[in-house]
Design a protein around this ligand. Structure first.
Ligand code: FMN
Length: 460
């Protein structure tokens, strides 16, 4: 395990780190942003441990390079947030939460975020993301990708989308896909329940256009924070500040009171007028099928700027394992200590790569814990409220050993007693049969074997 990276402040700092650690391939051959970049990324990400990050230096019809699969391994996802590993991150997080006065997860999390320093604001003239200002914003100049043949068009897939609640003033930074339209407008797919969706509804209730800023690049820890399931209006910038151990550096928007990361590669600003929508999609996603086209708010650009020699970060979502799976797995390291604050019987949590973020979780619990009640509680509130499959297993079962989990469920679950179903979701309580008697040879035998193994003449 390589050491925790230090000094990474932005996307290009992260790219340099990955180059230095032989975790990035530079591709000099010209590639097509429609399908070809995604097809290469898909193939590479299916390689050992998620494959390497890919920097496509020459993208057909565009001036700027694209980088994909940045977060696409357990190791790189941890480095992106400044940690040596997910386990190391979890240790620090657990310690930080233990220092909070609150003992409920959401309160503890909000307290921890509230203690982080406010972002450091710098003047736009000093901000790298303002090095080049385009007099006429042109989103189509971005080397945005079309990932799958049935996709409705080209997309920004790693955008940091900034909005503000007009009633409370609370800001939000979310990761929501953005489709580019031929007329230069952008469709932003924030799903119902997301903070941006609520903000937009509040602006439009007042009959006003919502200002939106989209940053591409900046601190890779902020991207992780943007995708992490924080409670409503909790501050992603504060989570990124905790991860990095220093405040985010932001700069004011040129056309609204929003702020964006000063080191972003690109910044797009615009307005979403009430009632102005476009048909977004279809979009091939991590379920392995297309999400059908549907109306989404349209953003009319009012400003665009970029750094000198910018690089567009992009991801490809599709059949696992792909980059988003590793972001989800890293999120699991933060979620376990939070879950344990509310449910002390939980011993471990595993989010399988195939589980599509919070779609599937395996949890192990202490004996005496009612798995069925736990499943129902997790569906009521929090990151697993939409989980399609929750499996609760005894503490003795190793959650990262899929074969053992499968074997245990098969042999210990009585469907009529142990399945919990609600609104298209399935819970499996694999603890209900009581303590399984795990087979062993007695406590002394493993030491005995170790001592005598050579004597048996067997391979070590
Ligand atoms: C690669 C990736 C793509 C995502 N795309 C979307 C999206 O298009 N729309 C959406 O609402 N959420 C999307 N999400 C999930 C959100 O980023 C996540 O739910 C986040 O917590 C939302 O922030 P919010 O609670 O501040 O709204 C995506 C996550 C990842 C990792």
């Amino acid at each position: 395990m390589a050491s925790a990276p230090e000094g990474v402040r932005d996307l290009r700092g992260f790219i340099e780190l990955l180059k230095a650690r032989d975790e990035l391939r530079q591709i000099g051959a010209e590639v097509d942003p429609c399908l070809e970049v995604a097809a290469i990324t898909q193939q590479v990400s299916k390689g050992a441990a998620g494959g390497r990050a890919l920097l496509f230096e020459r993208v057909r019809g565009h001036r700027w390079p694209v980088v994909t699969n940045l977060y696409g391994s357990h190791q790189r996802a941890a480095w992106a947030v400044g940690a040596a590993s997910g386990a190391a991150l979890q240790t620090n997080w657990r310690r930080a939460l233990a220092d909070m006065a609150a003992n409920r997860a959401e309160d503890g999390l909000r307290e921890l975020l509230a203690r982080q320093p406010s972002p450091c604001m710098i003047h736009s003239q000093a901000a790298l993301c303002r090095e080049v200002w385009l007099p006429r914003p042109d989103a189509l100049s971005l080397p945005a990708l079309q990932s799958w043949s049935g996709d409705g068009g080209r997309y920004l897939t790693l955008p940091l989308v900034f909005t503000r609640d007009p009633d409370t003033g609370a800001g939000n930074c979310g990761l929501y896909r953005v489709q580019l339209f031929a007329d230069g407008r952008l469709a932003v797919r924030w799903k119902p329940g997301s903070d941006a969706y609520r903000h937009c509804a509040a602006w439009h209730r007042r009959g006003r256009a919502m200002p939106v800023a989209i940053a591409l690049g900046g601190d890779p820890a902020l991207l992780f924070a943007a995708a992490f399931a924080l409670p409503p209006d909790a501050d992603e910038l504060a989570l990124a500040a905790w991860l990095r151990g220093r405040p985010m550096t932001m700069t004011p928007c040129l056309t609204s009171d929003l702020a964006v990361p000063a080191t972003a590669e690109f910044v797009l600003e615009g307005l979403v007028e009430p009632g102005v929508e476009g048909l977004e999609g279809p979009f091939g996603n991590h379920t392995g099928s297309y999400q059908a086209a549907a109306p989404a708010p349209l953003l009319r650009l009012t400003s665009m700027s970029h750094r000198q020699a910018p690089v567009l970060p992009a991801t490809v979502v599709g059949p696992p394992p792909m980059e988003d799976c590793f972001l989800a797995a890293l999120a699991g390291y933060l979620l376990l200590p939070l879950l344990q604050m509310d449910f002390p019987d939980i011993v471990d949590l595993h989010l399988p790569l195939e589980g599509i973020f919070h779609g599937n979780a395996l949890l192990s619990v202490r004996s005496g814990c009612c798995g069925r009640s736990l499943i129902q509680a997790l569906w009521r509130h929090g990151p697993f409220r939409h989980a399609r499959l929750l499996v609760v297993l005894p503490a003795a079962v190793s959650l990262r050993d899929a074969a053992i989990c499968y074997w245990h469920v098969l042999n210990h679950v009585r469907p009529e007693r142990d399945l919990v179903m609600a609104e298209g979701r399935l819970g499996i309580d694999a603890t209900a049969g009581g303590e399984a008697a795990f087979l062993d040879h007695g406590p002394a035998m493993s030491g005995h074997l170790r001592r005598r193994w050579r004597e048996y003449g067997l391979e070590p």
